[in-house]
Write a protein that binds this ligand. Structure first.
Ligand code: SF4
Length: 281
């Protein structure tokens, strides 16, 4: 088949089919230039080439990170938390229920749940066993029931029925770890105290080489050092949406991804750039 008729194929080598490298001389020798000037130029060129070679690709370079953020902004303008909620307490409950469960499933359960138990005081008055049947379909329902009822009792007893607005206080609620606290602080209270690290953020941060870690706390620390603070919450939401829509765990839809050129993940399904073996999900 003539080359021009061959459909474009994903390339795991990272090269376009038919793409040719062009090598340019680093310096242009001009006639009449003195040996001394030529020597200095040669030294400078060698130095620049060596610097370029050693620092040619930095996955954490500010301009690369900025380009990733801009690409996510373009793909997911104005996205927010996918868990439906009407107040901070409902968001706490929904986030606890979302552990090991899809947001779609949680959103199927919570409307009926909040109709049945409209306030935090209603939840605080329950025994965990009473809540179990209502949240069974979200999985791990025994532990989640204990967490939700325990958190409700703490909110009522220690915070006057209002969900606290600081990381330190939120972490005192049973079942609330940094992920839930970051969701509540960022989404409801509009405070950028941290980056939400869930399964999507973990996978995509690794694919984009923004972290090499597996541990959510270490990933969050890496992201907090790389992503500008004012973007922490938006970045979390956008990456989570990206993980649902395109950058899925198996066979990500790289051909449709706006930041494909910035991504060197080993498991890309389409690539126009070099693939790095270390950039794994
Ligand atoms: S190019 Fe593919 S693997 Fe990389 S971020 Fe986009 S969808 Fe994910």
């Amino acid at each position: 088949m003539p080359r021009g008729n061959t459909p474009r194929q994903p390339s795991r080598s990272g090269r376009h089919e038919g793409a040719r490298r062009q090598s340019r001389p680093l310096t242009k020798t001009l006639p009449g230039r003195s040996m001394a000037v030529a020597g200095v130029q040669k030294k400078r060129s060698a130095k620049a080439a060596s610097k370029k070679k050693s620092g040619s690709y930095d996955p954490l370079a500010p301009e690369r990170v900025r380009a990733i953020i801009e690409g996510l902004d373009r793909m997911y303008p104005g996205v927010t938390c996918a868990l439906t909620h009407k107040n901070a307490w409902e968001l706490v409950v929904a986030t606890i229920l979302s552990a090991q469960c899809t947001d779609v499933r949680v959103n199927m359960v919570t409307p009926g749940l909040f109709e049945k138990y409209p306030t935090v005081q209603h939840f605080a008055a329950l025994e965990p066993e009473q809540l179990e049947p209502d949240i069974r379909s979200t999985g791990f329902f025994r532990n989640k029931s204990k967490s939700v009822v325990g958190a409700a009792r703490k909110v009522v007893a220690d915070f006057g029925g209002n969900v606290p607005q600081t990381m330190h206080e939120l972490l005192t609620l049973p079942g609330v770890a940094r992920k839930t606290a970051n969701v509540v602080l960022g989404t409801w209270f509009k405070q950028n105290e941290g980056v939400v690290v869930d399964t999507h953020v973990t996978r995509i941060s690794r694919r984009l080489e923004l972290t090499k870690h597996d541990d959510p706390q270490k990933i969050e620390q890496d992201l907090m050092q790389t992503i500008p603070r004012e973007r922490w919450t938006d970045f979390s939401h956008e990456v989570i949406w990206h993980g649902r829509k395109l950058c899925v765990a198996r066979s990500p839809k790289c051909a449709d991804c706006s930041i494909e050129k910035l991504c060197h993940a080993a498991d890309k399904t389409w690539s126009t750039v070099e693939i790095h073996k270390n950039a794994k999900p």
